[in-house]
Ligand binder design. Structure first.
Ligand code: MG
Length: 482
């Protein structure tokens, strides 16, 4: 079946995972079970946060800034001190850098970042979709500051700190939440396959739980909207899940020791839970070790499905040994584009092969020339001038071919570079592919490979596979096996 699936429907495997041994599946909510209309949702967060900047005394001209949903991609890094945005490869080399809307030239970029002292880990990583609107707003303000040097008397870091504060405030005072709750259909996409996918897992004997950082009222409203097809067996969305865990505080949930509090769903009040987790009840807080104990699962019997590399995946794998499925929504559109660009990749590979052959011949010629030069030296030293002269003449004959190959090599390099740029621009005009920098893995791709056991573009892709599927990784093979 797998071979007939489109790439955007497939589940990809980093580490072998036998679904037959998974007894419980946990789901994150935002951007995992619930997909947002990003244009609407992030624009709302952008506008509400911007309004708080202006209310706090930032120039009113900022009100003209607008959200652009396709300006940035996830996996970028923010250098708060310099106000720059970076795309970094797996070796931590900065390959693309922007200050506001100004691209940094190669030499500036190298001077700032590609030195020993640069540590990608000390920068802020744009991991979530929520962070995309946040970082775009930062970029816009940095750009405004570059164009109007005296108007904002703050460092870039101070601006970012304000930004964080205003976003938290927009979430806390309900300016984002209330608008979403008033009209969920504008912000959230309904996916008819969601319920079917969950039922398939339940019928296979797996128990499901929801584990979200969102609050109870928000979770309930969005899930009600997404699961409004009532059936006899599943009269409400809560009937799909054995445990509903809200306000979980991930990634702290995976390492902490907080108790569970039962949420009184009618009043929203909390009650400390000392016993087990009751079915159809809602809990807040808690921690992964306690959940395993109360529900009687081992860490490796749980598959956790989430979209946030750091909040959902890295800690759940490292601290409690849960198996992990990462949702990488962008792959849906990127893989569709890349399938259309298959021929361009074949052409790039062919050019690289030509380059290798060209380089090999060049090296052989250069070795031969070095050999002849050495022999000529020796001949000269023992007074065989004629032989030395002959050897050097032979060596000169190779120079023509050497120059030709050198030129060919340079041309091939330029062609590969142009083809790669063209290919990347088809995926994203500025930042290229999410998972790649040129032909190398991006930092984001490296983290996906390190932490997600399996990954896919949408949670409903699970329905294309048996709930007992043995996902097998080719990584278990050694280079000599292939
Ligand atoms: Mg999420």
């Amino acid at each position: 079946m797998q071979s007939k699936l489109k790439k955007s429907q497939r589940v990809f495997v980093n580490r072998s995972l036998n679904m037959g041994r998974i007894r419980a599946i946990g789901f994150d909510m935002d951007h995992t079970l619930i997909s947002y209309n990003r244009e609407e949702f992030e624009a709302l967060a952008f506008r509400e946060t911007l309004a708080k900047f202006i209310a706090a005394g930032y120039p009113e001209e900022l009100a003209t800034l607008t959200f652009n949903p396709s300006l940035l991609i996830r996996g970028l890094l923010v250098d708060m001190d310099r106000g720059n945005l970076l795309k970094v490869d797996g070796h931590k080399y900065v390959k693309i850098a922007f200050h506001g809307h100004q691209r940094l030239e190669r030499d500036v970029r190298h001077k700032l970042y590609n030195s020993e002292s640069f540590k990608a880990a000390s920068l802020l990583s744009v991991d979530t979709f929520f962070a995309l609107s946040e970082v775009q707003l930062f970029t816009e303000i940095v750009d405004y500051m570059a164009r109007n040097p005296a108007k904002i008397q703050k460092t870039f870091r101070e601006v970012y700190q304000d930004l964080r504060r205003f976003i938290d405030l927009s979430h806390a005072d309900g300016s984002i939440k209330n608008v979403v709750l008033a009209d969920p259909g504008r912000f959230v996409r309904k996916d008819k396959q969601l319920a079917a996918m969950l039922i398939q897992q339940i019928e296979a004997g797996k128990s499901l739980f929801l584990l979200t950082n969102s609050s109870w009222d928000y979770t309930n409203a969005l899930m009600n909207f997404a699961f409004d097809d009532k059936s006899e067996d599943f009269p409400t969305w809560r009937h799909y899940f054995e445990h509903v865990l809200v306000g979980a505080g991930k990634p702290g949930f995976f390492v902490g020791s907080q108790p569970f509090y039962q949420v009184m769903t009618d009043t929203g009040l909390l009650r400390l839970e000392n016993g087990g987790l009751k079915p159809l009840s809602v809990y807040q807080g808690g921690n992964a070790v306690l959940l395993q104990k109360l529900a009687d699962y081992r860490g490796d019997e749980i598959l956790f499905v989430g979209d946030h590399l750091y909040g959902d995946i890295i800690r759940s794998k490292d601290s409690v040994n849960w198996r992990t499925l990462l949702i990488v929504e962008e792959l849906g559109t990127e893989l569709a584009k890349l399938e259309l660009l298959k021929e361009s990749l074949e052409l790039i590979m062919q050019k690289l092969q030509d380059r290798e052959e060209c380089d090999e011949e060049l090296q052989v010629i250069r070795s031969r020339k070095r050999h002849q030069a050495r022999q000529a030296e020796k001949a000269k030293a023992i007074g065989e001038g004629k032989k030395a002269h002959y050897l050097l003449k032979e060596s000169d004959k190779l120079t023509g071919r050497e120059d030709e190959l050198q030129l060919q090599l340079e041309q091939l390099d330029l062609q590969v570079k142009a083809l790669l740029q063209e290919r990347e621009a088809q995926v994203h005009p500025v930042w290229g592919e999410l998972m790649k920098v040129g032909l190398e893995r991006s930092r984001f791709a490296d983290q996906v490979a390190d932490y997600a056991c399996i990954y896919t573009s949408s949670v409903t892709n699970l329905r294309f596979y048996s709930p007992f599927k043995r996902f097998t990784s080719t990584h278990d093979l050694l280079p000599h096996d292939l």
